[in-house]
Structures are given as structure tokens and as C-alpha cells.
Design a protein around this ligand. Sequence first.
Ligand code: AMP
Length: 216
Amino acid sequence: MNNKLIPESEGIILAVSKGRILDQALPLLERAGICPKEDVNKSRKLVIETTRAGLHLVVIRPTDVPTFVEYGAADLGITGKDVLMEHDSSDYYEPLDLKIAKCRLMVAGLPGVEVSNNRIRVATKYAKIARDYYAKRGIQAEIIKLYGSMELAPLVGLSERIVDLVDTGNTLKANGLVPMEDICEISSRLIVNKAAMKTKHALIKQLIVTIEDSLR
Ligand code: AMP
């Protein structure tokens, strides 16, 4: 019995991260000939048809994209490398760097606030990445998990450092914070469910090639 709205034989589902990534993914998809048939920012529909026959979009939170793709609820997904690093799974393929929503993952803090190597509190949404980063450097860091407004933490004494995404640096600056250490570069990636890559190989391969061409 197939209890899915979209029968597996009839198409593929691409999960796209809401927000900044969606804004930059839409022009890229458009260049690849994939246009949503409704305004994704206004529509209340959760599954949106596109001009590419059989390809449906779902627009979801960036952190949910790897989960949908791993379970095969979406065949493909677009989300940030930061989300993938934090999710830390190899249950999907990552065939393309889409080179959109580029930024850097950085350590930041208030200027002049020194920390000792065995007592540092770090507030972040990226608990795993931060834990690994400090462990590699032999620094004992207490990682404080937050879900947003990381920049507030050093201002109110919750932590000495934050680990967050930095694009223009304006958010840090507006809060009197400075970038201190560069962890890595971030951009959005296309990920693919492993089983779907086999069972829907022709459709998915063709889509990857089309999107890759539109990057040039
Ligand atoms: P900015 O002020 O331009 O440095 O942007 C920093 C703020 O935007 C922080 O709150 C970041 O978490 C967020 N941000 C920056 N780049 C991205 C991105 N590529 N994806 C998601 N959030 C981002």
C-alpha cells in the first residue's frame, strides 16, 4: 500500500531550506528550468509543484532537510554545510556544492576578554562542531547550546565566546563583538537519499547534471 501523497513512481521531492538559502536557491533552480508553480513565500501549501514535470518542492527548516532526505521522505535536499556538519551523518550523498548562501563559521567574542585554556564557555547553535573544534585544540570548553541570538550570550555574561555564522560581520559589529577564529567556509549543498539514487537513478542524475550546468 502506498500512503504517500506523491506516489514514488510519479516523481521526486526536493526539500529546500527556508530563508536565506531559499532566496538564493530559487534563482539557481530557475536557471535550471525549475520554477515553483506557486509563490513559495506566500503559499500555504507544503508540497509545491514545479514547471519540471514530476518534481515537487517542500520548503522546510534547514535543520530538518538532512532528516527528510535520510528517511527518503525527500529524494533530494538543499541545506547549509553548517547544518550537515552539525547533523553529522553519512546517510546521504552530497554531490554538489551550490556555492550559494556563502559565509564563514567563526569564533567571536567581546574584544579584550581573555580566556584560559581550561575554562571557557562557548554559546552556540553548533554544539557538535564547537565541541570538536575545541577538543582538537586541547581546550576544555563548556558548550552552551542555544537556538538563536547567539550574539547576546557574551553581552550578558552567559559565555566568553560564541560560534556562529558570519557573513558581512554587521551583526557582530552592531553588538560590539569581533571575529576571533575562523573555523571553516560554509555554502549550501545538494544532498541525495542513497536509496533514491539507485531506484530513481535516471531522473536524479539528470537533475544533478542540469543543476550543475546552471552553476556555470
Ligand atoms: P552578518 O551580519 O551578515 O555577518 O550575518 C550574520 C547573521 O546572519 C548571523 O545571525 C548568522 O547566523 C546569519 N547568517 C549569515 N550567513 C548565513 C547563512 N549563509 N545561512 C544562514 N544564516 C546566516
